[in-house]
Design a protein around this ligand. Sequence first.
Ligand code: AMP
Length: 513
Amino acid sequence: MNLANLLLRQALQQPDRSAIYNGTVPHASYGQWAARSAGLARRLIEAGLVPGDRVLLFMRNHPRYLEILFGAWWAGLSVVPVNAKLHTLEVEWIIQNAGARWGFVTSDVAPAALGGLERQIDIESGEADALLAPMTDFSKQPLVERDQDSLAWLFYTSGTTGRPKGVMITQRNLMTMGLTYFVDVDVVSSDDAIVYGAPMSHGAGLYAIPHLMAGARHVVPASGGVDPAELFELGRAIGPLSTFAAPTIVKRLVDYAEDAGLTQQDAAASFKTIVYGGAPMYVADIARALRVMGPRFVQIYGQGETPMVATALSRQHLTDTAHPRYRERIASVGVAQTPVQLRVSDERGVALPCGEVGEVLVKGDSVMAGYWENPKASAAAIQDGWLFTGDVGSLDVDGFLTLKDRSKDLIISGGSNIYPREVEEALLTAPGVAEAAVVGAADAEWGEVVVAFVVLQSGASVTEQDLDQHCLQAIARFKRPKQYRFVDELPKNNYGKVLKTALRERLGIQPRN
Ligand code: AMP
């Protein structure tokens, strides 16, 4: 098995079809893509890299990302995708931990030499041109055969404390993820196009796989990131786009559409499907997104350890407004995706009855092989094939999973459990509130008290008293924030997740394990 076979089969079937775009400019047809990836594979092998060796990708979103990724797989190598926002020292730690031999970088992200690499290639240099020089008879370059359980993608978890762990994602995991997209997320045809706004080193980039399976087009915005005006324009120019977006990005797209006075038809001209996930999507936000942009959303829940595959909330679920439990459903992350089983369990892994809150467990072909060179952490994370996700939630009788929070974000105040998400959901329905994040602060009397960080909509004037009154209408008294901090923005990582650790640090609270 070799995931690069997905590229080979498309290139053989439709060599002249446009495959990769740099903004609106065609970058490669399927034949050219395969020719460059095959050429790279040959040169990697000639240079002495052997199956299973790791190569690092540390770059902004770039059309060559896809050529290098599939070239490395073609040669039987494993790829280490790195978050472009990491500090040099963090990347060097990953290089050393993964034993990465070569690194492909963009100079904006890695301006200097990274310690630990045998060779560092700036993908916009003449050196990269030579490595990617097309091999027009690409089908003559053999795909290096890999076991389906061999390492394809070594993804380092963001890790809020301590060192990140390398999540071993196999060829089989990614094949499963790709095929599952068609059943649980969306139907894709070769006329479709996916746009990479969010970092390709994370889930957004993995969605290249189903779109390659379907022979669709792959578009990297000229800016290499998320600029709502650019994305709307790109969709109008190339045809409706599909994309993966964290909730914060969805929010920016919706804000833009609303400010520009776009109709749902306008939104449909630019976007086919927006898959959201990676962080909580609050009811108020998804309701507004559907109202402004129409039925073009699907939610997924997954994590690095079971990439993009745990649950999905389909377009149908999101638009079935007549369903008696519609509100609960759009607050949920949907139902188990086809290849996995889902369980909410106690700390021993024993399944809990419907409605009870416990840790979310996932089992199936999308679940990682384990953590790189870390048998202890692997054994703790996977027991009897069940992945302990560290997320807390409950299942309803129809199989819909509602996430509460990461277990470490739980606040215990006066002996009662408070899930920040419930408080955040309530705050977000208050007039004038744009964003909210809730953490626990140590308190002599209560153990912990709820502290809310609130971003107001521009021009809104909202007081602590207003929010307190609002919370009294919406949630139990003891869950109300005891303190408010009004801030201009919330700290977020490169993937759009709110950094609760950074918020706790602002309150002078030590990181939790
Ligand atoms: P990562 O491994 O960086 O992809 O982060 C995965 C974590 O993000 C999960 O364990 C969840 O805590 C969170 N997450 C992912 N998808 C969702 C979602 N749809 N809703 C809420 N939280 C999510």
